[in-house]
Ligand binder design. Structure first.
Ligand SMILES: [Zn+2]
Length: 253
């Protein structure tokens, strides 16, 4: 493994028919990945795929926008059985997402997300596992909850906050990771420039946000090479070894 995509969804049905091809592309490009669950079913599938393949790991959890679908319930026993499996290295993606709110019952929608997020942070802490954060339109609320706990290991996936939020996250000792979005907009350059090189990680968030030059196609972990290249351009030096080392240190792999 020369590169790592710390956030992929190869566990989604969209890869069902040609997963072998996608895995072959990864081997050819020497890319490993962390597969990310968003609900009980996709978490289980992430664990299955990672247990069957080298250089693959998984994180499990309930994504904030699925909390509603789960009737606001985090089935701790079920997720405990998953994290007890080999190659499950963290809890995620978890957090708060207030981007799209329901027309009615906004307060309950938000408070359910907050409660399930807290339950999962505590679950991660009890299992001594790092956390993969998904956060949208809720950086302030998310950080305030994380601050309640000591000694958390936290990565903000697809970081899209501002400079102040970045400084706060870094001061807490947390990491940030960036997707292929950085290959087609310069909006993230300043954030990457201002993140110490040992606090950054690379990801695709595939099947979403396909990097240049593959725009218009379904994204896949092998394309993380383009993300790593772009981080290197912004930092003014080859970052491939550093980014792999950061992921190894952070996730304990
Ligand atoms: Zn994701």
């Amino acid at each position: 493994m020369k590169y790592i995509d710390i956030h992929s969804h190869l566990n989604f049905d969209i890869y069902q028919d040609d997963l072998d091809v996608v895995l072959g592309n990864m081997r050819e490009s020497e890319v490993g990945s962390i597969l990310v669950g968003v609900d009980p079913k996709s978490s289980k599938r992430a664990v299955e795929i990672s247990s069957e393949n080298d250089d693959m790991y998984s994180v499990v959890g309930i994504h904030p926008i699925y909390v509603d679908e789960m009737n606001g319930e985090f089935d701790r026993e079920y997720f405990q059985s998953l994290v007890d499996e080999e190659k499950v290295i963290g809890v995620g993606e978890i957090g708060l997402d207030f981007f799209r709110l329901p027309k009615e019952g906004v307060e309950k929608y938000k408070s359910d997300q907050v409660r399930v997020f807290r339950e999962q942070v505590e679950f991660a802490k009890d299992n001594n596992l790092p956390i993969m954060i998904h956060c949208r339109e809720a950086y302030r609320e998310t950080i305030d909850i994380l601050r309640e706990y000591d000694d958390l290991r936290v990565d903000f996936h697809f970081f899209a906050g501002d400079r102040d939020i970045l400084e706060e996250i870094l001061a807490l000792g947390y990491y940030v990771s960036f997707t292929g979005v950085i290959t087609f907009t310069k909006d993230y350059d300043d954030l990457i420039l201002n993140t110490p090189k040992d606090r950054l990680m690379s990801e695709t968030d595939c099947p979403y946000v396909t990097p240049v030059p593959y725009r218009g196609q379904r994204n896949e972990p092998a394309y993380v090479v383009e993300v790593v290249k772009r981080i290197g351009e912004i930092k003014g030096k080859d970052m491939s070894e550093q980014l792999l080392q950061n992921a190894r240190t952070f996730w304990g792999i």
